[in-house]
Structures are given as structure tokens and as C-alpha cells.
Design a protein. Structure first.
Length: 134
């Protein structure tokens, strides 16, 4: 087995400015976030930008963690990575549009944010197909 880790940190203000931009804000939201993610973040009212930023960081961290398994960096799009929460509120990462299911044993995600920054860590446990065959 092989463990890959991805981490990303982002300024919340950068995400806020991108979303609030009158010319490109709507396009930014719809290119980066799924409908479920937008609904979740918007439900957080005054703290919504912290949640948007944490999900942005999580997507970046996920790209870093799975990049070795992709044919190219263009094999995955922003919306192929979706961050939801389970019934206990713990973030979960779902990857769609690419087939990693035979390679991935498990994925763990951790998100955190404060007033200025959001950070995410994604850890992926891959089956090492070479070693598992021998």
C-alpha cells in the first residue's frame, strides 16, 4: 500500500473577492463548487466564505494527493471533487468522473479555518497494485 498526502492553505479574503466579483463571481462559483457545496456554504450565513475557502483548499489538497494516479493534470476538474459532511458533521471527500475505485483503499480529509485562512489535508491510502500482485 502507498499513502499520499495533500495539503493546501488559502486566504479566505481571496475566495470572498472571487465570489463577490460582479463580472466573474457567478462563473467562479459554478466552475469550482457543486450545487450541494454551494447550498451548504450559503447556509453558514456570515461564515460562508470560510466554508467556501475550506472546500477550495480541500479540492487543491485532493488534487495533490491523487495526482500521481492521473494520466494528466487535465484528467480531473474542480467539480469532480465534492466535499460533503456526514451525519456527525465530519467532512467527506467524494471523487467522481474518474475511476480510482480499484486503486483507493480509503480517503481521509481534515478541514480547518480561522478568520483569515482555511486549510485542508487529504490523505489517500492506495493499493500498491505491483506489490499486491506478488
Amino acid at each position: 500500500m502507498k499513502i499520499n498526502c495533500g495539503t493546501d492553505i488559502i486566504e479566505i479574503e481571496r475566495i470572498k473577492e472571487s465570489i463577490e466579483d460582479p463580472k466573474t463571481g457567478k462563473a467562479f462559483l459554478n466552475r469550482i463548487y457543486t450545487e450541494k457545496e454551494i447550498a451548504y456554504c450559503e447556509s453558514k450565513k456570515s461564515q460562508k466564505y470560510q466554508h467556501y475557502a475550506a472546500r477550495f483548499a480541500a479540492k487543491e489538497a485532493a488534487f495533490k494527493a491523487i495526482s500521481e494516479q492521473l494520466p494528466s493534470k487535465y484528467s480531473i476538474e474542480w467539480k469532480n471533487v465534492e466535499i460533503t459532511n456526514n451525519e456527525q458533521g465530519k467532512p467527506q471527500l467524494n471523487i467522481t468522473g474518474i475511476n480510482l475505485s480499484q486503486q483507493v483503499e480509503s480517503i481521509d480529509i481534515s478541514l480547518s479555518h480561522c478568520k483569515e485562512y482555511a486549510i485542508a489535508n487529504v490523505t489517500v491510502l492506495f493499493w500498491d497494485l505491483f506489490w499486491d500482485r506478488h
